[in-house]
Design a protein around this ligand. Sequence first.
Ligand SMILES: O=C[C@H](O)COP(=O)(O)O
Length: 254
Amino acid sequence: MRPKLVVGNWKMNGSRANNASLLAGIVDGLGKGKGKAQAAVCVPAPYLQQCADTLAGSELAWGAQDVSVHASGAYTGEVAASMLTDFGCRYVIVGHSERRAYHGETDQQVAQKALAALNAGLTPIVCVGETLDQREAGQTNVVVNKQLSAVLELLDGDAATRIVVAYEPVWAIGTGKTATPAMAQEVHAELRSQLRARSLEAGEKVAILYGGSMKPDNAAELMAQADIDGGLIGGAALKAADFLAIIDAAKAAA
Ligand SMILES: O=C[C@H](O)COP(=O)(O)O
């Protein structure tokens, strides 16, 4: 059985003062309640030092929301994977649909980012997902398979076993519209079979998270699905009580 993982994606939200109380609230609540689940927050890069200062030694891991494909050099504004490990990051999100849509990131660039992260010892959280038009055209599986294949093709050996995949239907992000558990499970099963085709170990080990309006009131049902190993949470990760309630649902489903 894969351990459940709940990751908060703060997106471009936060301030030092708000982060301090949010992080303290999460860490405090994590120690309570029964069961086990892994938890992490992916914060804006300027707040990584604050995470390193306040979360070291706690059960809450932290990470970033993007990474450069380059190791170092004249790339103004970019952040290298080695810099993220320097700040104690365990995770980095790559290929979030907001980066694909607003920054034109291609499947190939996302794959290079995943590789750069792995080479630096980070776990990339590879986001895949279809738009509403693509879903309505019956293209969901084709789209997510293509997005994941680009990453798998670039990874050698057992590197594919060290990624996390997040299925985030674009139409469900920040809209309050959630994929039904059955709809999400169908796509997760498809992604699982793609991973299994790569290697039995990848199929077994890789966590596939669901993201897109996951909230305390729908988390349990989603995480009860066989191939949903946790969540990538946007809006509900900005309130300690909501984020903790989702982590509790993950613990109960573990
Ligand atoms: O990375 C997180 C996703 O974009 C989900 O965001 P949301 O929970 O606000 O819909």
